[in-house]
Write a protein that binds this ligand. Structure first.
Ligand SMILES: *Cc1c(COP(=O)(O)O)cnc(C)c1O
Length: 409
């Protein structure tokens, strides 16, 4: 017998679940790229995307994934030989730094390890040691460790030190999941991609940038025609938005996804993710009372609301993932970059996404499936996890963290 027939649930971080409305919006004939629906739609889409980022400033959209936005930011902001300070709290800060290093930027990486957010004292030391750094790069939520950083606090630190660098933030795993306010928090550059909180297939990368970043980028000697953010931000002709043919169907899908976010209300979207994350953590705490189940980030304030990294022991993380996927239809994420001495493949680790188009039955279902998997595989675990998760959702709802939707009569 196998329990996986039915709708599969991909909970790996990204790509995340695509809403039927997004899929339906993409199911259409190729549009005219010179006038009509597509061309008319884009100005409003850009405005609504900026609202999701809580910015009124600039936006360049690339046909590319998250890695493309790393290269876009690096080539627009830096000159060869400039210094970048990277505050790395997991895998993705290192990726952004590596892209910069390969472009000839002098990268100074402070590594906060695999289970902690940025420590401001060590960040201060890095900033003091590199007063001329052109930019400071931070990952809002690291998708591998699920560590969440306090971006506003990094801005305050830079201001207190009078550090002139641009603050650049990777929100690929957090935009439209975790509260993020680009302008209010003083971020100069923010990157995102279509396939995580934005619920659209992989293939679009977004670079939001401040006026300050726009001014400074004029001096960059690494801007190439494809990556230059200027025409994409200030397009006179429609094709300049994309440096060629528009990503037609991605844009129709994204338009629908962004409409869904604003229909729900951005703060409600954040509250929903917060509540679902708390359900996952409550279950984890119960499981951890007996056996090896542990969350990677100890302090809840320092955990992302879109993804949770966890561990068991030995290779039980991988065993559980395989069981939930192949026996029950829920695909959990691998433990990314978590290999350590004694566990070179990182098989103890795994991740649970609660990102984008997810609701209570999806998250509760994933947790119940994990519970069944641990029972089936004989992995020791504490009891009461599903009760605790249900209680966490009930408490979040009654605390008004997520307002009930009006009921149609
Ligand atoms: C997913 C992710 C990336 C990489 O995105 P790709 O689309 O795979 O290139 C970068 N940074 C963070 C924080 C991510 O979550």
């Amino acid at each position: 017998m196998n329990l996986s027939n039915g709708r599969q649930y991909l909970a790996i971080p990204g790509p995340s679940v695509m809403p039927d409305r997004v899929l339906a919006a993409m199911h259409r004939a190729a549009p005219n790229i010179y006038e009509g629906d597509l061309v008319d739609m884009v100005a409003g889409l850009r405005k609504d995307l900026k609202a999701v980022a809580c910015t009124s400033q600039n936006l360049a959209i690339y046909i590319g994934n998250g890695h493309a936005t790393w290269e876009a930011t690096n080539t627009n902001v830096f000159n060869r030989g400039d210094t970048a300070v990277i505050l790395a709290t997991g895998r993705f800060g290192h990726g952004w730094a590596e892209n910069a290093r390969q472009l000839g930027i002098n990268t100074v990486v402070t590594d906060f390890g695999k289970a902690s957010p940025i420590d401001l004292e060590r960040a201060e030391a890095a900033l003091r040691a590199n007063p001329d750094a052109k930019a400071v790069m931070v990952t809002h939520v690291d998708t591998a460790t699920s560590a969440r950083n306090d971006v506003a606090a990094v801005r305050r630190l830079m201001d207190d030190l009078g550090h002139p660098g641009l603050l650049m933030v990777d929100c690929i795993a957090s935009l439209a999941c975790d509260e993020f306010r680009m302008d209010a928090w003083g971020a100069d550059v923010m990157i995102a991609a279509s396939q995580k909180g934005l619920m659209t297939p992989p293939g679009l990368g977004f670079v939001f940038f401040s006026e300050r970043a726009r001014e400074r980028s004029k001096a960059s000697d690494m801007r190439t025609p494809y990556w230059d953010w200027t025409p994409r931000n200030e397009a006179t002709w429609f094709y300049e938005n994309w440096y060629g043919t528009a990503p037609t169907h991605h844009l129709f899908g994204l338009r629908e996804a962004v409409t869904m976010i604003h229909e729900e209300g951005l703060e409600n979207v954040w509250a929903r993710h917060d509540a679902l994350a708390h359900a996952v953590w409550a279950a984890a705490e119960a499981w951890g009372k007996d056996g090896a189940f542990r969350l990677n980030i100890t302090n809840p304030d320092q955990r992302g609301r879109s993804v949770t990294a966890a561990r068991l022991s030995g290779n039980d993380g991988t065993r559980l993932r395989r069981w939930t996927e192949f026996e029950a239809g829920v695909t959990l994420g691998i433990g990314l970059g978590m290999a350590e001495p004694g566990d070179p493949a990182g098989d103890a680790y795994f991740r649970i996404a609660h990102m984008g188009h997810v609701n209570a039955p999806m998250t509760l279902g994933a947790l119940a499936t994990m519970d069944a998997g641990m029972k089936a595989l004989g992995i020791p675990h504490g009891s009461g996890a599903l009760d605790a998760a249900a209680q966490a959702l009930a408490s979040a709802q009654s605390a008004g963290q997520s307002a009930p939707r009006p009921v149609a009569v």
